[in-house]
Design a protein around this ligand. Structure first.
Ligand SMILES: *Cc1c(COP(=O)(O)O)cnc(C)c1O
Length: 388
């Protein structure tokens, strides 16, 4: 027997546990409707919250950038891959976030990985919420720092950790601003207070807040009025901005340190020019069209109400429908696709065991009819396949 027989064993185990993952193939671009197997279905699972991924302005900006700079940056930024376009985007991001400087990474995942590993190491402590995104968790582990986790949004537990860890050289608290699988918002005011009181560094991941929350779309930290109290602001250009890439913003020395120490910045090719151009167009729209955020909020509340949940205090576009068992979530998801709604099952290890779910995510460009129809199907599916 080949030493590779473990591949089949592992795959069979995933299948028998209902945890096997496979991809659906889209034959259209991103939008409120997408084409699968020759059929248009309502897409209720995209992070393209503002519908920017299909906007003409972004497409044209990508084309223009490709015409001027070509398709690839050709090298890492520190070698010959640093284009004026990258610097313009970073200036725009810094100005958007109201911070001194910003740095772009090829993905949000890499922004978290490179930044956390540049800020803490063996002598240090990194503290995170239990439901933080996988890229943060991986970064905390890889950094070599001591890693402590507090139960979701449990501020007493966070303070206990801070009180008992004064021996460390540096302490970094890191949290999602909007939790990616639950759609709730971190208690940033309380976290800021604890960080200040106990002299810890604070990093906030606005992957799902950027473009979505706050009067100007700067995220949950703007919505909660704590922007200037956060040391390390991280966000992505891959979700509401409809492009690709991650960024960190903050004071100039922070950005200088990242340029010198973040391995996911140093040892990778600069962002491709078309993506960079499109991201600038996205920032412009996020600035100029606040009504998109308003429509997204209304759509999010419509779905919450239609599913029988109360209005959320801060209505994010992420609405989890927790089913429980992985098998039930998979069956419900298959039923929904058959009925015309794309909504894949989210299972462990993405979410804790026993909390498999459908993660509804709403777009500003969904019509009310699309959302109402999909909610009706979800409710019908829940009565058939059971909820917790
Ligand atoms: C999606 C996500 C990321 C990673 O961003 P990409 O740009 O997709 O790599 C990081 N943090 C959170 C909270 C996310 O949801």
């Amino acid at each position: 027997m080949s030493e590779l027989h473990f591949l089949n064993e592992e795959l069979d185990k995933l299948k028998s546990d209902d945890l096997y993952r496979s991809m659906r193939t889209l034959t259209s671009g991103q939008g409120p409707l997408v084409e699968i197997d020759g059929r248009l279905v309502v897409c209720l699972c995209s992070n393209n919250y503002l519908g920017l991924a299909e906007r003409k302005e972004l497409r044209l900006a990508a084309i223009e950038a490709a015409k001027k700079y070509g398709t690839g940056a050709g090298a890492s930024r520190l070698i010959s891959g640093n284009l004026s376009l990258h610097e313009e985007l970073e200036e725009e991001l810094a100005s958007f976030k109201g911070s001194e400087a910003a740095l772009v990474f090829p993905t949000g995942y890499m922004a978290n990985l490179g930044t956390i590993c540049a800020l803490v190491e063996k002598e240090d402590l990194v503290i995170g919420d239990r439901l933080n995104h996988a890229s943060i968790i991986d970064a905390c582990r890889l950094s070599g720092a001591t890693f402590r986790v507090y139960p979701h949004k449990d501020m007493e537990a966070l303070e206990r950790i801070l009180l008992r860890s004064r021996e460390f050289r540096r302490r970094l608290i890191v949290t999602d601003a909007v939790f990616s699988m639950d759609g709730d918002v971190a208690p940033l005011r309380e976290i800021v207070e604890l960080a200040v009181k106990h002299v810890a560094i604070l990093m906030v991941d606005e992957a799902h807040g950027m473009g979505v929350l706050g009067e100007n779309g700067r995220g949950a930290s703007e919505e909660l009025g704590v922007e200037d109290r956060i040391d390390v602001n991280m966000g992505t250009l891959s979700k509401a901005a409809g492009c690709h890439g991650g960024y960190v913003s903050g004071r100039r020395e922070l950005i200088e340190l990242l340029k010198n120490k973040a391995r996911t910045f140093i040892y990778t090719t600069g962002m491709s020019p078309p993506v960079c151009g499109a991201a600038m167009a996205a920032l412009q729209i996020i600035r100029d069209e606040p009504d998109l955020r308003q429509r997204l909020k209304e759509n999010s509340q419509l779905v919450r109400r239609s599913l029988g949940y109360g209005d959320a205090e801060i209505p994010t576009p992420i609405i989890p429908v927790v089913v429980g068992e992985a098998s039930a979530a998979t069956e419900l998801s298959a039923f929904l696709l058959e009925s015309g709604t794309m909504l894949p099952a989210i299972r462990p290890p993405t979410v804790p065991v026993g909390t498999s779910r459908l993660r509804v995510s709403v777009m500003a460009t969904h019509t009310r009819e699309q959302l109402k129809g999909a909610c009706k199907q979800i409710k019908e599916g829940l009565t058939r396949f059971g909820s917790l």
